[in-house]
Ligand binder design. Structure first.
Ligand code: PLP
Length: 348
């Protein structure tokens, strides 16, 4: 069995060897001269989001922990990008994969998971996903990947070309190679944990700012030092914001948090498309709104420096939601006041 496990690890390593790093895009914003803004473009991974990194780490972690063998069915509670990326890695090593998700999950997501040979197991509501996953793994020879628990520990935070090390390497020849701030939102909290730990490990002055959407407990939990907070409603910004404080969320490596209105997040992706011609998911809007907020404050204080944030996934996945103005009006509200603010930043 050890040789099967090692074979699986080698398949994942070989895939990694064949892959390129993701681009660090520099945004040109005339009114913010002296402040360099960068977007780490995670949409270009083969499975379309930063969850590609997470899925690779979770599979390697589970394999090395002896949790996955040739007979194991891998189960995850995810209606989103994580299930898509994990389905890809499950197929790569030849084990079955089941995503437990709400019945109302978008058809396009289900199709993508099935494209990679994954199966979808439906529950009536998001609150049943975890429990059903646990039941499922005990009834079959299964392993629950459990992204919200293991995201923070499956990634090697010391480096190994994790996202933080990659960002710092890519900035090496820039005018401000050590960024003033890195801005990231939290879903599992895994990415912000990796970035925050790496900043500490290397002794950088960089501040980690975590941005949170509406209908999420992360912000209040951070401010009140209370991990027991819960909410009844879910976040409308796909991939980020949670109704409970997930185990992977690591507040002690975060320097500050801010809340971003959902309408501002959506306005920001529309604005981003108008300046770089690329569509991004709404969490990228949350990130970029937070980054612009830091930039404007730096400008007001006559500071210079660089700021990095992430493009988490592409907007092509959301043509019938965030990029549909009727959907936005009915589900998010009026984005025009935020668009006006953004257009002012760009034209001044
Ligand atoms: C998961 C996800 C995030 C948040 O990343 P974490 O590392 O889970 O905190 C942001 N945006 C999108 C689109 C995601 O899928």
């Amino acid at each position: 069995m050890k040789s099967w496990v090692y074979g699986a690890i080698k398949k994942i390593s070989a895939d990694y060897q064949r892959s390129a790093d993701t681009h660090l895009i520099k945004l040109d914003i005339p009114s913010l001269s002296g402040i360099d803004l960068y977007l780490k473009d995670e949409s270009t991974h083969p499975t379309g989001s930063l969850k590609h990194r997470l899925a690779r780490s979770l599979f390697l972690y589970a394999l090395c922990n002896g949790k996955i063998t040739s007979e194991t069915t891998v189960v995850e509670a995810s209606s989103g990008s994580t299930a898509v990326s994990e389905a890809c890695f499950a197929r790569m090593i030849g084990v079955p994969f089941i995503a437990v998700m709400p019945r109302n999950t978008a058809r396009s997501k289900i199709k993508q998971i099935e494209l990679y040979g994954g199966r979808c197991h439906f529950v009536d509501s998001a609150t049943q996903m975890r429990e059903t996953s646990l039941e499922l793994v005990s009834s079959i020879d299964g392993y629950f990947m459990d992204q919200f628990t293991y995201a923070e520990r499956a990634t090697d935070w010391r480096g190994n070309n994790n996202i933080a090390e990659s960002i710092f390497n890519q900035l090496e020849q820039e005018p401000h190679p050590v960024p003033h701030s890195i801005i990231m939102s939290s879903g599992t909290g895994g990415t912000s944990a990796t970035i925050g730990r790496y900043i500490h490990y290397k002794g950088y002055e960089t501040k980690l700012v975590v941005v949170d959407p509406e209908n999420s407990v992360f912000y209040d939990s951070f401010m009140m030092h209370d991990r027991s907070l819960t909410l009844k409603t879910g976040s409308r910004i796909e991939g980020i914001g949670r109704p409970q404080v997930e185990p992977s969320f690591q507040p002690d490596v975060i320097d500050s948090m801010t809340q971003v209105p959902d309408a501002a997040s959506v306005a920001t992706i529309l604005w981003l498309e108008s300046i770089i011609g690329r569509k991004a998911g709404a969490s990228t809007g949350t990130n970029l709104w937070g980054a612009l907020d830091v930039a404007i404050k730096m400008k007001a204080e006559n500071q210079q420096g660089s700021i990095v944030t992430l493009m988490c996934d592409s907007g092509e996945r959301y043509l019938d939601t965030y990029y549909d103005s009727v959907w936005v009006e009915n589900n998010i509200g009026d984005v025009s006041p935020y668009l006006d603010q953004l257009n002012k930043i760009y034209t001044v």
